[in-house]
Write a protein that binds this ligand. Structure first.
Ligand code: BEZ
Ligand code: FE
Length: 289
């Protein structure tokens, strides 16, 4: 293959990678090459812009480590994470909707019992969270494993705070025999996605803000059911209609009720204002995945 030009390069590249015996890899790579080349032709990509793109991706890579995942952030900010989540989680009506995973999940978070305080010292106004985990036919799901994670009242996740050597605002618990769960934590607040790196610069240049509306993350797993990764959003507060990562679903917005100091749901007396959130999750059968 010689004398390849701007029009024949696509066919030549597809031919060069045609030898793979992996059918899915061929589908993915052929489509990627076609779209990439069409993109460059459509916008008449210049050499300076190509170099800028390479530099941008290099900086995304350099800032990424085991605590900071700038590539996921880039995918989130470009709407790719929401697109993939949506097309991989087409669930029957009545099931709780899935939304973006985000970069702040940590496997093997501390285990808690129902009623425990998962904030574990994170600062914020108290919030008592409760609800049930059910199947699509209304059946309670006992012993569902629930991972919960959230930021503190300054908008930082524990993994973002330097010098912190223990988990705060995250934990694992299990629904009870009747499918119910309850725990204490702190109220969620809006926060910006990390924007001190290349993704933040990209947002600024595009005239976009980096903020997410207040939310609590959940991952719920139970044998026989499709794993659910989702958030519950606070109805009051900004950014619900301009989430930097496009994660909001109206079915996931809930009323987090504010209460004056007084008796709390756990039987204690709260000397400061506190919140309650009651939210039920409906899981899809695993067979329907
Ligand atoms: C989060 O909600 O934790 C999150 C999601 C996407 C990007 C950054 C943060
Ligand atoms: Fe979050």
């Amino acid at each position: 293959m010689i004398d390849i030009d701007e029009w024949t390069i696509t066919g030549a590249t597809l031919k060069a990678q045609g030898g793979t015996s992996d059918a899915r890899l061929k589908t993915v790579m052929d489509s990627l090459v076609r779209h990439l080349h069409d993109f460059a032709r459509e916008i008449e990509l210049t050499e300076a812009e190509w170099a800028m793109g390479i530099d941008f991706l290099t900086r995304v890579g350099k800032i990424t480590d085991d605590k900071r995942q700038e590539f996921i952030l880039l995918s989130d900010a470009l709407g790719l994470s929401t697109l993939v989540t949506a097309q991989c989680n087409r669930r029957p009506k009545g099931c709780t909707e899935a939304t973006v995973f985000g970069p702040f999940f940590v496997p093997d978070a501390p285990s808690y019992r129902n009623g425990d305080d998962i904030s574990n010292g994170a600062s914020g106004e108290p919030c008592f969270v409760s609800g049930a985990v059910r199947g699509i036919r209304g059946e309670p799901i006992p012993d569902a494993r629930m991972d919960v994670w959230q930021s503190d009242d300054e908008g930082s996740y524990d993994v973002q705070r330097t010098g912190l050597d223990h988990a705060e605002g995250r934990g694992q618990l299990a629904s009870g025999a009747d499918g119910h769960y309850h725990f204490k934590s702190i109220v969620a607040v809006p926060y910006p996605i990390p924007h001190d790196g290349p993704v933040g610069q990209m947002l600024e240049k595009l005239g976009r803000h980096p903020w997410r509306p207040a939310h609590l993350h959940f991952m719920i797993q139970a044998p026989g059911y499709q794993t659910l990764i989702t958030h519950v959003f606070r109805a009051e507060g900004p950014y619900l209609d301009s989430d930097a990562v496009f994660g909001v679903r109206s079915s996931l917005i809930a009323d987090w009720k504010r209460h004056n100091p007084g008796p709390a749901p756990d039987g204690t007396r709260c000397d400061v204002p506190f919140y309650t959130l009651d939210y039920d999750f409906v899981l899809n059968d695993a067979a329907k995945e």
